[in-house]
Design a protein around this ligand. Structure first.
Ligand code: ADP
Length: 496
């Protein structure tokens, strides 16, 4: 097996415990505690990492507040733009290293992480553009007398950013980018499963010249460091990506100072295949809409609705396709499907495989953990297709976050719109058809933040992404994202 990246060769993995970044300094946790981060392909320990908790969050928030009240607020849009462009160049320069760190720490195949260069660098360049595009409005008013009224857009202040493990590099950029563009400061809490890339990116922030306290990274657990950040009385906004259960806790924790909250949560997204679709494109498209990143994508199209007259043919083609995907060590350049991120995630996903069978779903492929050869110590689950799934089954209702398709037959368009919407979530959705009328009807009818037609998971820094219903609120990417980091102030001048 050709291994493209190895723990031994990765320059960031030097055997030393990883410290966190507070006020421009690399510090141990105040408690002195550390935790291990593990390569999910092999089960081996990659590094020990500082285990921050509420004391460290306090230190980081103080630093972020000082920076926000201090020189950072005087930094002009051009300079913030330059910082973002420098950071983009550094991410581009060190991209291979960042990509392989994501691969080692969370298990996404190296072919996938290396493929995200355009997106990662492009996001930073997009936010750089936004830094000089912030503006208020002059608004005509109807008051008697002479008044001028206009709005100022101002940074919200100290942002607590809490991210998941399923794409650490882009998740970090998605939080730091708009903060730097708008003049906010950030305390970022990476996921405990994958803290390494955010720490390496924080090094690059310093190298780019981001001033002390503007970007802080506190590593640690959700229940301690994450909870302290979301309930902190001096944090102005929390930007959270993760599960809806944690999202609900974040909202409750935000009540103390009524901080602003934006949430990008889970999904159980429908992907609808009509009989008139280009099936040669729909088979791999609908498959990878779920199997990419081992199903660990919040907008994965896991409820696969297939028009009844092609149901048997299409589901068996998807199952055949799933059997061609190469599962293995994510550092191998040939691997298409890596491991799940952790033993907990493995237990969760294999639990759902058992539930699917008990509920009467018919497995067409996959269905059990893989432990052959060098997969023995990793957390591997092969792509799995369940046929004969009914809407009321748990595998059709609950987010599995693994490579599992629940394939469900349907008969007509009105029916499938209603059934696609019969979920508490509303993040992604897809449809495959050659009929523009059907495509438009579904695009309007589905209650979800994104609709992909004859494709799935297309993303761009300029196009907003986010949820309806229990998939959260607020948008990331696009102009709306930048607005999430800005306050609007109305100014009145009596001129008469
Ligand atoms: P998952 O179950 O996929 O790990 P979570 O929503 O639990 O998703 O985790 C996403 C992020 O939220 C992680 O950084 C995690 O540490 C953090 N987190 C978990 N619990 C809490 C909490 N109670 N308060 C704040 N953050 C939390």
């Amino acid at each position: 097996m050709t291994v493209d990246v190895s723990t031994a060769r990765h320059p960031f993995l030097d055997g030393k415990p990883k410290r966190m970044l507070i006020d421009g300094k690399w510090l141990e946790a105040a408690s002195g505690k550390t935790f291990e981060t593990i390569n999910p392909s092999t089960g081996e320990v990659l590094a020990r990492v500082a285990e921050g908790d509420s004391e460290d969050i306090d230190r980081a928030v103080e630093a972020a507040r000082r920076a926000f009240n201090g020189p950072w607020s005087k930094v002009k849009p051009f300079e913030r733009q330059n910082l973002l462009l420098k950071l983009a160049d550094l991410v581009d320069k060190h991209f291979e290293e960042l990509a392989s760190l994501d691969t080692l720490d969370m298990g996404a195949p190296i072919s996938r992480t290396k493929g995200s260069r355009l997106r990662a660098v492009g996001m930073l360049r997009y936010y750089a553009g936004q830094a000089t595009a912030i503006h208020g409005e002059t608004i005509e008013n109807s008051l008697p007398g002479d008044y001028v009224s206009y709005t100022l857009k101002e940074p919200v202040g100290v942002v607590g950013a809490i991210i998941p493990w399923n794409g650490p590099l882009t998740a970090t950029i998605w939080k730091i980018g708009p903060a730097l563009a708008t003049g906010c400061t950030v305390v970022l809490k990476p996921a405990e499963e994958a803290p390494l890339t955010p720490l390496r990116l924080a090094e690059l922030c310093l190298e780019a010249g981001v001033p002390p306290g503007v970007v802080n990274v506190v590593t640690g657990y959700g229940e301690t460091a994450g909870a302290a950040l979301s309930s902190h009385m001096d944090v102005d906004k929390v930007a959270f990506t993760g599960s809806h259960i944690t999202g609900q806790k974040i909202i409750q924790a935000s009540a103390g100072n009524l901080k602003r909250v934006s949430l990008e949560l889970g999904g159980k997204s429908p992907d609808v295949v009509f009989a008139d679709a280009d099936l040669d494109a729909a088979v791999p498209g609908a498959s990878m809409a779920v199997f990419a990143n081992s199903g660990q994508i919040c907008s994965a199209g896991t409820r696969l609705f297939v028009e009844r007259r092609i149901y048997e043919e299409f589901t068996s083609r998807v199952a055949d396709f799933s059997k061609t995907l190469r599962v293995g060590n994510s550092s191998n350049p040939d691997t298409q499907i890596g491991p799940l991120v952790s033993p907990e995630q493995l237990e969760r996903v294999t639990g759902y495989l058992a539930i699917g069978r008990q509920e009467g779903a018919r497995p067409l492929s996959g269905g059990a953990r893989l432990t052959d050869g060098d997969m023995a110590n990793g957390y591997f689950v092969p792509p799995t297709v369940f046929a004969d799934v009914r809407d009321d089954m748990r595998i059709a209702q609950e987010e599995i976050f693994g490579p599992v398709i629940s394939a469900i037959p349907f008969d007509d368009i009105e029916e499938v719109i209603a059934r696609a919407n019969a979920t508490t979530f509303g993040l992604g959705s897809g449809l495959w058809t050659r009929d523009v009328t059907k495509a438009h009807k579904l695009a309007k009818g589905i209650r979800a933040g994104s609709v992909w037609i004859n494709c799935y998971q297309a993303m761009d820094p300029a196009v907003p992404f986010g949820g309806y219903k229990m998939s959260g609120y607020g948008r990331e990417s696009g102009k709306q994202h930048v607005e999430e980091y800005l306050n609007v102030k109305a100014v009145w001048i009596k001129t008469g």
